[in-house]
Ligand binder design. Structure first.
Ligand code: HSE
Length: 326
């Protein structure tokens, strides 16, 4: 079974690592190994074994009939959209971690995937390694979901946690960037846009039609000062960037912004790059998932999970219907 990776940065190289180091687990699940046949990147990676499969030409991947699944980790909207669209049109399954792409073109790409009887999966686009989308879609398919809320951005949670320890905002952001948590342009993280896109993806899944992330009231953490963080700490509160959707008569009500919450609240215990997602179902009650929301290996783990599910679907001759439409 052959796969290709678009982009060999923090996430793409993580996918390589997970598929190599956990090949026994992969084989046990699929009954066969997954071979990385091509990696698309303009860089050369001297001395790295990826050199043997590197290409700078997307056509090498699209026209290879043996490639069944394409993993998109390039980020950005273009040319990611065109490459993903082309791969789906060729009937290949596509897995992405690119929330900007899913928030902007999710309905379009899922429709294209269905038209060509293949899968378009994006678990890693929301909260890194936490299996939140599959939990909502499959494990909680029987539930009326009343609300989903939590900490959806690792970079800002890392910065707020470090500020609690006395670091400046700038020093904490530099550390988050060095660890590979932040987006290429960290504005999307610190202004709340990254969390807002993830909330739009979840809300679209809950209501079955595309929710525009631009319509969600959003505030980031750039106005939160070290003094405020310390003042809140002194009165037993912690500042966290909270994203929330509540379903009211079938309509999603959404917001992203910093909130001061009691130190004893479960979300206040979530520190560093960890994310947490609280899902409220009408029958099951509250479920909380917690895990690393960013970083190479955690995000790559969620991608590989999608790769295995997509390959399993192909083997069984099935594909998933669209989660939402325009
Ligand atoms: N920049 C994102 C974050 C990466 O910090 O959460 C994962 O989506």
């Amino acid at each position: 079974m052959k796969a290709a990776i678009l982009g060999f940065g923090t996430v793409g190289s993580g996918v390589w690592k997970v598929l190599k180091e956990n090949q026994e687990q992969v084989k046990r699940y699929l009954g066969a190994p997954v071979e990385i046949a091509h990696v698309l990147d303009l860089r050369t990676f001297e001395g790295h074994p990826v050199q043997q499969v590197l290409t700078q030409n997307i056509e090498d991947i699209i026209t290879d009939p043996e490639v069944e699944v394409v993993v998109e980790c390039m980020g950005g909207l273009h040319p990611a959209y065109e490459f993903v669209h082309q791969a789906l049109t060729e009937g290949k399954a596509v897995v992405t971690s690119n929330k900007a792409l899913v928030a902007a073109y999710g309905a379009d790409l899922m429709e294209t995937a269905c038209d060509h009887q293949t899968d378009f999966f994006f678990e890693a686009s929301v909260c890194g390694g936490i299996p939140v989308l599959r939990t909502i879609r499959h494990s909680l398919a029987q539930e009326q979901i009343l609300a989903v809320e939590g900490i959806f951005n690792g970079t800002t949670n890392f910065i707020l946690s470090r500020m609690e320890q006395g670091l400046t905002y700038e020093a904490a952001l530099a550390e988050a960037q060095a660890k590979g948590y932040a987006e290429a342009d960290p504005t999307a993280d610190v202004e709340g846009i990254d969390a807002c896109r993830k909330l739009a993806i979840i809300a679209s899944m809950l209501c079955g039609h595309a929710v525009r992330y631009e319509d969600i009231p959003t505030e980031g953490i750039t106005k939160v000062t070290s003094e405020e963080v310390q003042q809140m700490r002194a009165v037993g509160k912690r500042i966290r960037l909270i994203a929330r959707v509540t379903m009211e008569n079938g309509t999603p009500v959404m917001k992203v912004g910093p909130e001061a919450i009691d130190a004893g609240h479960p979300l206040a215990q979530v520190k560093d790059v960890y994310n947490a997602v609280l899902i409220r179902g009408n029958m099951v009650g509250d479920i909380m998932l917690q895990g690393q929301g960013a970083g190479s290996e955690a995000t790559a783990s969620a991608i590989v999970s999608d790769v295995l599910n997509a390959l399993n679907d192909r083997r069984r001759g099935i594909f998933e219907p669209a989660c939402w439409t325009e």
